[in-house]
Design a protein around this ligand. Structure first.
Ligand SMILES: Cc1cc2nc3c(=O)[nH]c(=O)nc-3n(C[C@H](O)[C@H](O)[C@H](O)COP(=O)(O)OP(=O)(O)OC[C@H]3O[C@@H](n4cnc5c(N)ncnc54)[C@H](O)[C@@H]3O)c2cc1C
Length: 397
């Protein structure tokens, strides 16, 4: 396996850097850098800039607007994306639903939905989890009963990320109670404006409104919105989850945040000396840096072997390591701020106040960021469940 960047990779990196310099609006990168909450219009604005350039959906086939980049180019793109402090893209449509549509939808459905995802016409959210169905997703109960050309949907989804902004939701619904649980599930696309849908906010530890409960009461959904075959939804659902896991390692983000950590810890003082030179703290920083380097080498190894385009149990490995590293860096960042990091300042985070109440804009969002990142070892399949996948699929236990 050859881990050296080739001449053409370096040229590509320079092209990507120039693109960010010239096209990423400063007010958006400033918001991301300051860890302030992004609004719907911020995300859509950036999405449209990338779509205009033709770089919004690198992983899609060329005929639908993909870039045709190699796995290495996509790795470089992800890294530069993080370093530029670019806002996240509308991932649920682009990276989760689109592969399912490409793999299993009818031609008519592809022609309708894919361009709308590409152009940010539809904001999608994911309706998998329910109050009694998270890790054990197959126990989901939201029912879809066929009546002529429609399904009637009743039930509840939960933890629906950014569902408050969504135009559409892709849902796993129960269409049969017969036989094994996995064989009675279907994959349904639902317009969020349909009568009978109620979205209620869940406010998280960092006082952010990022997740929701979504209730379905007698919701009429055209049968034309079914993806693939009725009762075969479990196959499509698992296919989608493989795509969800690959992105969560966030190596570029962690490299960026490690730099932020070192900068902070070099400035902070303990007994008159930089915190970064305090032996215990320095050892923890070194530990996480080594873990991150090892993760990057593993990911690059998969890229070099061409494995990143296939979805395998390696995704679980990257997810576990990547999320643990992100959490450890956020913890060290918070500790580096000392007591100033404890202040909680929603007005600053929402952009209602120009400066943090404690006078340290850099430290103000650290606690909220730390709390927010607790989610990453839970969603996309919890890390405990990923360990089960590894023990079964890689170790053969
Ligand atoms: C911030 C956030 C955003 C989310 N966004 C979405 C979204 O947009 N759409 C969506 O559908 N879902 C979303 N989820 C839901 C997420 O996928 C679930 O939380 C996750 O699958 C875990 O399910 P659960 O919360 O029901 O926990 P449970 O499944 O009840 O798990 C509880 C604990 O038991 C452990 N556990 C469970 N089963 C096993 C096992 N077999 N072996 C070992 N340990 C086990 C888990 O690791 C966990 O520690 C989101 C969750 C969070 C926190």
């Amino acid at each position: 396996m050859d881990l050296e960047y080739k001449e053409e990779d370096l040229r590509f990196r320079a092209e990507v850097q120039a693109f960010f310099r010239e096209n990423l609006p400063k007010e958006l990168s400033d918001k991301v850098r300051a860890r302030r909450h992004l609004k719907r219009e911020d995300a859509v604005r950036w999405h449209k800039i990338l779509a205009k350039k033709g770089w919004i959906a690198p992983g899609w086939p060329r005929q639908y607007g993909g870039t045709g980049w190699s796995a290495m180019q996509r790795h470089i793109w992800a890294e530069e994306y993080a370093l530029a402090y670019a806002p996240p893209t509308l991932s649920f449509g682009l990276n989760l639903l689109a592969p399912v549509l490409l793999g299993f939808a009818s031609e008519e459905q592809k022609q309708h939905y894919l361009p709308r995802i590409y152009d940010a016409e539809d904001w999608w959210c994911q309706g998998y989890s329910e109050p009694g169905a998270g890790s054990d997703l197959a126990s989901l109960k939201t029912r879809a009963v066929r009546q002529g050309d429609h399904y009637i949907v009743d039930g509840q989804k939960t933890w629906t990320t950014l569902g408050q902004h969504a135009d559409m939701i892709f849902c796993l619904v129960r269409t049969s109670a017969e036989g094994p649980r996995q064989q009675g599930i279907s994959f349904l696309l639902i317009d969020m404006k349909t009568p009978g849908i109620t979205v209620r906010p869940i406010i998280t530890l960092d006082e952010a409104h990022e997740v929701n409960e979504v209730f379905f009461d007698n919701v009429k959904v055209p049968v034309a919105n079914l993806i693939g075959e009725e009762n075969k939804g479990w196959t499509y659902a698992k296919y989608l989850l493989g795509h969800e896991r690959t992105g969560i390692a966030a190596i570029g983000n962690s490299k960026r945040e490690l730099k932020v950590l070192k900068r902070r810890a070099a400035k902070a003082r303990v007994d008159g000396k930089p915190l970064l030179q305090e032996p215990q703290f320095a050892a923890r920083v070194a530990d996480v840096e080594i873990e991150l380097m090892a993760l990057e080498m593993t990911a690059l190894g998969l890229v070099a072997d061409g494995a990143s385009s296939k979805i395998g149990p390696e995704a679980s490995l990257l997810k576990i390591e990547g999320t643990q590293i992100s959490q450890e860096i956020s913890q060290l960042q918070l500790e580096s701020a000392g007591p100033t990091g404890l202040a909680f300042d929603p007005a600053y985070l929402d952009g209602r106040a120009e400066h943090a109440v404690n006078g340290d804009d850099d430290a103000a969002p650290l606690a909220a960021h730390y709390f927010n990142l607790r989610k990453i070892t839970i969603f996309g399949g919890s890390n405990e469940v990923q360990r089960n996948v590894i023990s079964k699929m890689i170790l053969g236990l």
